[in-house]
Design a protein around this ligand. Structure first.
Ligand SMILES: Cc1cc2nc3c(=O)[nH]c(=O)nc-3n(C[C@H](O)[C@H](O)[C@H](O)COP(=O)(O)OP(=O)(O)OC[C@H]3O[C@@H](n4cnc5c(N)ncnc54)[C@H](O)[C@@H]3O)c2cc1C
Length: 363
């Protein structure tokens, strides 16, 4: 089963830097509710492809929800397919198919001090959070923003404007690799040490994210004040209605499934399994999950409007907290060991490992 996709029209394309474009979409009134979003969430777009029908890619919204705008910002990936297609082809008046906003890289409260780390295109969800917190929240926002050089700084003037508008609440520290080299864990730790009671959000290239996360851990930031978003390309097709993915893409997705040594062993528990779910204030209870399909598919069959995006264990849109019982995940590219130890699981990949399961999406 696939979530309903929608075709939106591009109303503007902004060349932010030589290799990053912002794309603004028109959301008609009848889709406003469907496309309502929270700062830090992403859209999943279907980039047309001669080879596979489409390439599904996630792009964070760089606009702030209160602006009424739906803007993504795409940076070219060297030898990448979708990012270059978007930057080369999309113009005002064009259309693109996409799934509604999704994702959990979002502040639970805007009335806490925020410590934001952005690296390169990782600024995209981070600036949405900053814009929103400054407009709708009341506390301080500190942004550490790392880039290769001055020319690659996306949103330079917007950040300067936000800084002037909120001089007592917003501080931006630009770090340029061309001037200072890559920020080391020690340097990041020395910086973050001033903000140990803030809530951190981290998004950028993998080595940068690791250095930031290591420093936050070293400073004792608890897990619930340390959030990260990984930018990876989806291997699967959450749109679901393309008749044939190419053999190449299908093989790739399959190879992904087998290559990840962290994947858990398949479940030995068979049904019927009792499942209790808490979602958006509703409680659901079933006693006939046979364990023959992932939990997400079972819940969808039961008419539960469970969240998801990639359906491939590559984003965290379907993450839940297991309160009782256990599942095994067929594939996981996104949750860290700490997430797992806290009981967080990806519902799209979950198979039963106990005869009773109780989960919540409100964790
Ligand atoms: C939650 C989330 C948010 C994100 N937000 C952003 C963001 O705000 N900004 C941003 O820039 N990036 C973002 N990303 C990353 C983005 O989704 C892509 O991973 C990135 O743009 C690179 O995609 P690419 O196709 O250009 O590169 P690659 O994925 O590296 O392209 C190579 C892949 O494309 C396939 N391919 C090659 N040719 C074709 C073809 N003709 N047809 C089909 N497939 C082909 C290849 O098999 C290979 O798998 C985000 C990712 C996630 C998960």
């Amino acid at each position: 089963m696939a979530i309903e996709s929608h075709v939106l029209t591009v109303v503007d394309v902004i060349e932010e830097t030589a290799d990053a474009h912002s794309i603004v979409f028109d959301v008609p009134d009848e889709l406003r509710e469907t496309f309502a979003y929270t700062a830090g969430q992403f859209l999943t777009v279907a980039v047309p492809s001669d080879q596979t029908g489409l390439a599904a890619r996630c792009y964070s919204l760089s606009s702030a929800p209160h602006s009424g705008r739906h803007q993504i910002t795409v940076k070219r990936t060297v030898d990448g397919y979708a990012s270059n297609w978007i930057c080369d082809n999309l113009r005002a008046g064009d259309t693109l198919r996409m799934l509604p906003p999704s994702g959990i890289f979002t502040p639970k409260s805007l009335d806490v001090d925020l410590l934001l780390f952005g690296g390169g295109s990782g600024i995209t969800p981070v600036i949405s959070i900053a814009r929103t917190a400054l407009e709708k929240g009341s506390r301080k926002v500190v942004l550490f923003y790392a880039n290769r050089d001055e020319q690659s700084v996306i949103f330079r003037s917007e950040l300067a404007a936000l800084s002037s508008a909120h001089p007592d609440r917003f501080v931006v520290v630009h770090w340029l690799e061309s001037v200072q080299g890559l920020p080391s864990t020690e340097q990041l730790t020395a910086f973050a040490a001033y903000f140990t009671d803030y809530t951190a959000f981290v998004c950028g290239p993998a080595p940068y994210m690791k250095a930031v996360t290591d420093s936050l851990k070293a400073l004792g930031f608890p897990r619930d004040r340390r959030h990260q978003e990984k930018f990876v390309s989806l291997g699967g097709n959450p749109f679901g209605d393309v008749e044939e993915m190419s053999a190449a893409a299908a093989t790739l997705a399959e190879a992904d499934d087998h290559d990840d040594s962290d994947d858990e062993a398949p479940s030995a528990v068979t049904g019927p399994i009792t499942v209790e779910v808490e979602l958006d204030g509703e409680h659901y209870s079933f006693d006939d999950w046979q364990g023959d399909k992932p939990l997400l598919e079972f819940l969808e069959e039961k008419g539960v409007d469970a969240p998801f995006s990639c359906r491939a264990g590559q984003c965290s849109a379907c993450a839940c907290l297991v309160l009782e019982g256990e599942v095994t995940m067929k594939h996981n590219e996104i949750l860290e060991a700490e997430d797992l130890s806290e009981g967080i699981r990806l519902v799209c990949q979950s198979m039963p490992a106990s005869e009773k399961l109780r989960i919540t999406y409100n964790g």
